[in-house]
Design a protein around this ligand. Structure first.
Ligand code: ADP
Ligand code: MG
Length: 704
């Protein structure tokens, strides 16, 4: 078969990974580099020079002409600047291909065009990118040819982090240090490193490119700003895990192959709940790599879609009334020698180390629920969180039956004496095997669910970087571990002290545990009674970044300085206001240039029909008249809503930048947008389809 793919052969073929390094680098250099990667030892320029040379030679063999420091500024997407390997021509007019250690480890970049939240003025524009050697370089092939991409961190001239990666790496150090302390207390002397591992399940929509091109709202904002529901939505549940159609299968095949070549472990793919919605999940990896890979994956999803005459929508809520897309962040802590700190074993009640880790995490999530919520705040996610399919904006933890029961025992009697066991699942069919059921069922409605040996944080938006939530998870867990270790290391009787501590944490933080239906309206009430924060919008969530509690947390573990936190809050406000502003302007544009003219044309057709039919004789024209009247009324409402939105948008630039502007956008602009959308969606249901100026929801999601 011509399209046979040897997966083991292509996997990682475009990655400068450990195997390539071992093969190509002189032994001494390889060892030095490994020390830097594994133990964080500083890299000498001599070593960097050799690595750079070999990397270049390898990349050129792979067809690369350029190299690029690849980084993740606070725009949410990746950034890159390409440099060719060429040197200035020699006297004979020939050029050489060169790449030095200095060019590998440090890049200089104009930082002024990236969000910095007031950290720097445009005149002091210098920023640096620094090689993150823990994440492998790779050669990317696209229309630009081959480019050697070097994962880097991005910081300002004065050393403040301007990206997602720097704080992530800092938080990994924090959790490593504190987890090792905890492990030592339990007699572990062999593990050298604890790494947070993450598997990020990615949801996305696919729509036809020709139809996409006819929707200015999708083009400019990533979501539909108008659109009536089709007669059929997702109520039949016939898409979820349904047979994947050929066009989509061909797309997925290519996505997988591109992922594999770049070392991204694309593993599980399926149709999601909404029509035209799909999911792709990789095998979990150390979180910095998982974060890079997720960015690579999103890019591949988009690139391959356009090759197949489609567009991949990564927006959190492309279609109102239809399920949105998220990114489930599966998080665990693993040692270099393979111990998962979140593995309860078969008898969790006896696993004291696990119970301490678990109750520390309950404490961390309860104490910093606001920060965790903030880490998933994203303009698009505001449309999704709290929607029918997405976790509510309230943070709670699902433990499930088995652990919930252990926790109850701890709280009521102080000790847990037994663990509920899984039972045999009998299928009732002789030819089917009976098997052991898990001790715990799933819960899809919880924002933070324990799923066997990991926590699944389900709030993150589909378009967002997974870095932010993992920075928070790593740091809040580090803080809880530290506080526990501070106490336990001083204890005379360790057994007793750890027992007391587990019980204390279980009691103090039991309010964060919720095993019920997170989508039920009663939960919001219950959460309120429990005093859990409910932060429905991004604008409500941003202040969590700069509370005294947050500053203390992040400064203590050197993850963010107060200045960095303040700048990040500013950036978030700015991003929010800008995004809403673009959406509002797009609505005005669509209403003025496409929708109102279409309705005017349709009413003219109706009026003409009334006259023409009447001229024939005494024939009933009440239907035409009724339609004409309805459309004209809605047209009037549309027009005044449009004028109102224009007035409201005109004022945005007069409101002081930052929080005030974001609040204005949320309270005033978003409301005016809804007021415009309502009559337009009603009109869509009345106007002749052939005259409606853009593809409908039905056209977009059922005809891919
Ligand atoms: P589901 O949809 O049932 O939650 P998936 O198979 O779609 O499960 O995704 C589960 C994700 O969790 C995968 O990316 C998987 O690699 C990841 N994962 C599995 N075990 C761990 C673990 N110990 N730590 C972190 N992630 C894990
Ligand atoms: Mg899944």
């Amino acid at each position: 078969m011509s399209d046979y793919v040897n997966v083991t052969e292509i996997f990682g073929c475009d990655v400068f990974n450990d195997a390539v390094m071992e093969e190509r680098l002189p032994k001494k250099v390889y060892k030095e580099l490994k020390k830097t990667i594994e133990e964080g030892k500083e890299l000498s320029l001599e070593v960097a020079d050799v690595v750079a040379h070999e990397m270049k030679e390898w990349a050129i063999e792979k067809g690369a002409t350029h190299y690029s420091h690849w980084f993740q500024p606070l725009t949410g997407v990746t950034a890159e600047k390409h440099d060719a390997f060429i040197t200035a021509p020699k006297e004979n007019g020939k050029v050489l291909m060169s790449f030095s250690g200095k060019e590998l480890i440090k890049g200089e970049s104009d930082a002024s065009s990236f969000p910095s939240g007031g950290l720097r003025a445009t005149f002091e524009a210098r920023g640096y990118t620094a090689w993150d050697c823990t994440s492998p370089a790779f050669v990317r092939h696209d229309a630009a040819g081959g480019t050697l991409c070097i994962p880097t961190a991005f910081c300002s001239y004065t050393g403040e982090a301007l990206d997602q990666k720097t704080p992530l790496l800092r938080s990994m150090e924090a959790i490593n240090t504190q987890s090792l302390r905890l492990l030592r207390l339990f007699g572990n002397t062999t593990s050298k490193k604890v790494t947070p591992s993450v598997g990020a399940e990615q949801e996305y929509f696919l729509v036809d490119k020709e139809k996409w091109l006819q929707r200015k709202d999708l083009i400019y904002t990533g979501r539909t700003l108008f659109g009536a529901m089709p007669p059929k939505g997702q109520e039949m549940d016939d898409h979820y895990l349904g047979t994947i159609r050929q066009r989509i299968s061909a797309y997925m095949k290519e996505v997988n192959e591109e992922c594999w070549k770049l070392g991204v472990t694309a593993k599980t793919q399926h149709n999601e709940v909404a029509p035209a919605q799909h999911e792709l999940a990789p095998i979990y990896a150390p979180v910095n790599i998982a974060a890079d890979h997720n960015q690579i994956m999103m890019r591949i999803l988009k690139k391959v879609a356009s090759r197949h005459g489609m567009r991949c929508l990564l927006h959190e809520k492309p279609f109102a009334g239809v399920n949105g897309s998220g990114k489930h962040n599966n998080w665990s802590l693993t040692t270099d020698d393979g111990i998962n700190l979140l593995d309860p074993g078969k008898t969790p009640h006896e696993n004291i180390q696990f119970l301490l880790v678990l109750t520390c995490i309950l404490k961390a999530v309860d104490t910093h629920a606001d920060l965790l919520r903030e880490s998933a705040a994203d303009v698009g996610n505001d449309q999704r969180l709290g929607g029918n399919e997405a976790p509510p904006a309230v943070i709670s933890v699902f433990l499930g039956e088995q652990l919930g029961d252990v926790l109850d025992q701890l709280i009521s009697t102080g000790t847990a004496t037994h663990s509920k066991k899984g039972t045999i699942l009998e299928t009732g069919v002789k030819t089917l095997p009976d098997f052991m059921k898990d001790a715990t069922d799933r819960n899809r409605t919880s924002p933070f669910a324990f799923t066997g040996n990991k926590f699944e944080f389900r709030m993150v938006g589909s378009r967002d970087s997974i870095s932010e939530c993992n920075v928070v998870l790593n740091t809040i867990a580090a803080e809880a571990f530290k506080e526990a270790c501070d106490r336990l290391e001083k204890a005379d009787d360790f057994e007793m002290a750890v027992h007391d501590l587990i019980k204390e944490y279980a009691i103090d933080h039991q309010r964060i545990v919720f095993n019920g239906n997170g989508y039920a309206p009663e939960w919001a009430e219950e959460a309120k009674r429990r005093g859990l924060p409910n932060l429905p919008s991004m604008v409500d969530a941003i202040p969590a970044l700069t509370t005294d509690k947050a500053v203390k947390l992040f400064e203590e573990f050197h993850v963010f300085t107060k200045t960095e936190l303040e700048s990040r809050a500013e950036i978030q406000y700015e991003i929010y206001a800008k995004a809403v502003n673009i959406e509002a302007k797009t609505m005005i544009d669509l209403a003025t240039k496409q929708i109102i003219p279409a309705v005017v044309r349709y009413t003219t057709v109706l009026a003409d029909s009334v006259n023409t039919v009447r001229a024939v004789g005494d024939i009933d024209v009440s239907v035409q008249l009724e339609l004409l009247k309805k459309c004209s009324e809605l047209l009037k409402t549309t027009n005044s809503a449009m004028k109102n939105l224009s007035d409201v948008v005109a004022k945005v630039s007069k409101i002081p930048e930052g929080r005030e502007r974001a609040v204005y956008c949320k309270d005033i602009v978003c409301k005016a947008m809804t007021e415009l959308r309502t009559p337009v969606d009603e009109l869509e249901m009345l106007v002749d389809k052939s005259m409606w100026p853009m593809p409908s929801y039905g056209d977009l999601i059922f005809e891919v």
